[in-house]
Design a protein around this ligand. Structure first.
Ligand code: EPZ
Length: 416
């Protein structure tokens, strides 16, 4: 099991490039299932989760070829509409094949993703929507079985805002007979990136980015080439790392456009931020101010940035109240931050973070993707050495993390 050894106390300075968005790439890879012609994607990040998804699609019969950040998928021969437990258990986003498979093949057998560290992660809304579109869906032996001759357009309403639920149902509706309306739809930029790709494949979609998405079903989709949008959460993570370490960085291949809520909070904390067309510049203040936040669906503060901001608040001046409203158990990083000397009190879905003068390096353990990022940020700030265990979590969502941190002057290395 790899570990990450960080020598803290070095402000991040310099330039780093941001990769394509994991949470746009994963649904868009699944969109290939909807067409019998090749889908070519550029700016695809090199991440373990992307590798897992490509493996999952290949065992269904999709021809996959990859050349650096360019991936081509040809789903002409789809011969096994099954997502097996062995692959799904390592990546819950595998549920994103359910909608496309049901629409394209008229059947799907997808292992229930099961929970993960941050919560139960049910998929009842995905099932409710497909059922409303006429599919016969049942759950047995840990698998979701869906069967239908052809999905029918329907008026769908999700009980809560669900990102992959919206994406699954939007993909399924592309090949349904008639119009589908998804109300209470997720507005995340990754949903819009998926919609843009589907439209360029011949789908008829309007309203993506709002909470009502209309999809007029067509008989078939064709191939296309689509560039994956930049990863706004990777961007926010490096901005937080630069802010917490008291540095100044320039992030390229990204933009401020999808990070208003995060940028607002970084400016409240005292950072100077300047956006360019294809880059963001951040300069940290001498002393960070504590900033309270409440996670909510886009465009409000993203839950995927909560852990990173908690790390920043541990050494800010003042007390921050952090409320996590999306997942029921997304404070696992708090106990690890406390091992580094942070002053954090957890009460249900609220964390009270009282800034301390400094953190002290220690051995800590990563529990999930964004919690790991939070520990990296804290390790960059802590005096002395911090050893982060179980960093396979990081490899799922951050491309070439050490290389990018080294380029920014961090003293970091991977140890076996
Ligand atoms: C997506 O997960 C992201 N993953 C998550 O990013 C992100 O944290 C989350 O959206 C929220 O923004 C991908 O896009 C691959 P949800 P998703 O369905 O779609 C409940 C990361 O770090 N719910 O929007 O699984 C659910 O339990 C990952 O990159 C149901 O109850 O999240 C949660 O409380 C972590 N029933 C809330 O809704 C359902 O059928 C929002 O979940 C679906 C969801």
């Amino acid at each position: 099991m790899d570990k990450l050894l960080i020598e803290g106390g070095v402000p991040l300075r310099g330039e780093a490039g941001i990769s394509g968005a994991k949470n746009a790439a994963l649904p868009i890879l699944c969109a290939a299932l909807l067409a019998r012609e090749p889908l070519t994607l550029t700016n695809v990040p090199k991440l373990n989760d992307v590798g897992t998804m490509l493996k999952l699609l290949a065992q269904m019969g999709v021809k996959v070829s990859r050349d650096g950040a360019t991936v081509t998928l040809d789903a002409a021969e789809l011969n096994n509409p099954v997502a097996p437990y062995e692959l799904v258990k390592t990546m819950r986003a595998s549920i994103l094949v359910l909608g496309p498979l049901t629409a394209r093949a008229g059947e799907a057998r997808v292992s229930l993703p099961g929970g993960c560290a941050i919560g139960a992660r049910p998929v009842d809304q995905h099932i409710k929507g497909l059922t409303a579109m006429g599919a016969e869906v049942n759950v047995e032996h840990g698998y979701v079985h869906a069967k239908v001759t052809r999905l029918k357009g329907a008026r769908l309403f999700t009980d809560m805002v669900t990102v992959t639920g919206t994406e699954n149902l939007m993909m399924a509706a592309c090949l349904a007979d008639g119009e589908t309306v998804i109300e209470n739809a997720a507005r995340e930029p990754e949903v819009v990136d998926l919609a843009n790709c589907l439209v360029s494949m011949g789908a008829q979609i309007s309203g993506a980015g709002s909470d009502v998405i209309r999809i007029r079903g067509v008989d078939r989709l064709h191939g296309t080439t689509h560039r994956i949008m930049p990863d706004r959460i990777e961007t926010g993570t490096y901005l937080c790392a630069a802010a917490a370490s008291g540095g100044a960085v320039r992030l390229t291949g990204t933009s401020t456009s999808y990070l208003d809520a995060v940028i607002d909070k970084l400016m409240d904390a005292g950072c100077e931020i300047q956006g360019e067309r294809d880059a963001i510049n951040l300069k940290a203040p001498q002393q960070l101010q504590a900033v309270s936040l409440r996670t909510s669906p886009y465009p409000a503060f993203p839950t995927d940035m909560q852990a990173q901001f908690m790390a920043l608040n541990t050494i800010a001046d003042g007390t921050a109240i952090i409320r996590e409203t999306i997942f029921e158990n997304r404070f696992m990083h708090a106990v690890e931050l406390i091992r580094l000397g942070a002053n954090i009190k957890i009460d249900g879905n609220t964390a009270v973070v009282k800034g301390v003068a400094k953190l002290d390096g220690a051995t800590v353990m990563a529990t999930d993707l964004r919690a790991s990022a939070s520990l990296v940020i804290a390790g960059l700030v802590a005096q002395g050495e911090t050893l982060i265990e179980r960093i396979y979590h990081l490899d799922r969502g951050y491309e070439r993390l050490e290389q990018k941190l080294l380029a920014l002057g961090a003293r970091v290395r991977r140890v076996k």
